[in-house]
Design a protein. Structure first.
Length: 280
């Protein structure tokens, strides 16, 4: 009895279209796929395959021809922008499209908490050069990588970019409505407007640092004085929104771009005379 090893290998031959000389992939693949490497881009190749065992070689397949193209280049310039919406931090991810011989079908965007060994994938795969990673953890550093995918295959992963998500939005009124509140790490930071100061913009304003633009005085009630300031600015008193600071000498009304100081000049039984000064 003669024992035969019928395990199959495959002989894969290829050549430049029109050439009379075949090359052979080495070693013979044992599965039903292989990759032809080190080809000339833009060149058309012919390929044929046959099965081989210790009994012999089978017939050649039909010859197929294809033009050699490359997978997409590496994605570059990955940028991460931090946002917070309804107490849920997000990362806006954008990148530059790489060079590719074929149309890029989509991108794969992976992300993970820094130092984690497990990547998550954004879904669905974006077809443009940006996407948003949502519902992330507050104040957490994430690593992100991107690669392009065409019908030929997957490009190389981009260099890993990292960013730390923002904390929850600042509590309402944290900067005393006289400044812009921002998050920095685990802290809330106030950027005070005009000449307000203090870690929560609670001090000021120092009107000596501002320029006096105009002034007037007239007899009226306090509310009439506030309404007059509104009219002087050109807004509707009914829709007046002002930030009021009561001081020892009167009131300061802050419209952001203009600040009005309202003080009592004389106090008569029938009406008070208010002095209004406009600063910029």
């Amino acid at each position: 009895t003669v024992q035969h090893d019928l395990s199959l290998q495959y002989q894969v031959d290829y050549r430049v279209s029109g050439s009379t000389t075949w090359g052979t992939v080495s070693p013979n693949p044992t599965s039903t796929s292989t990759t032809l490497e080190s080809l000339q881009l833009g060149t058309t190749y012919e390929v044929r395959v046959r099965a081989v065992s210790d009994v012999g070689s089978g017939p050649w397949s039909n010859t197929l021809s294809r033009t050699a193209v490359d997978i997409p280049d590496q994605v570059i310039a990955v940028t991460l922008t931090r946002t917070v919406t309804t107490n849920q931090p997000s990362l806006n991810v954008s990148w530059t499209a790489p060079q590719s011989d074929r149309t890029i079908q989509y991108y794969q965007v992976d992300y993970r908490v820094r130092d984690s060994t497990t990547w998550s994938r954004a879904s669905p795969n974006p077809t443009t050069t940006s996407t948003t990673l949502k519902n992330l953890q507050l104040g957490t550093t994430y690593e992100v990588r991107v690669r392009a995918v065409s019908d030929v295959g997957k490009g190389a992963w981009s260099d890993t970019s990292s960013a730390t998500t923002l904390n929850a939005p600042c509590p309402e009124g944290y900067c005393n409505v006289r400044g812009i509140c921002m998050t920095q790490g685990d802290e809330y930071i106030c950027e005070c407007s005009k000449v307000y100061s203090g870690d929560r913009c609670q001090e000021g304003p120092d009107l000596t640092q501002l320029e006096l633009m105009d002034e007037m005085s007239t007899a009226m009630t306090r509310n009439q004085a506030l309404q007059l300031v509104s009219l002087w600015k050109g807004t509707n008193p009914k829709d007046l929104f002002y930030k009021e600071l009561e001081t020892a000498t009167g009131y300061v009304v802050d419209f952001g771009e203009l600040i009005y100081k309202i003080t009592i000049e004389t106090s008569l039984l029938e009406a008070m005379t208010w002095r209004i000064e406009k600063y910029v």
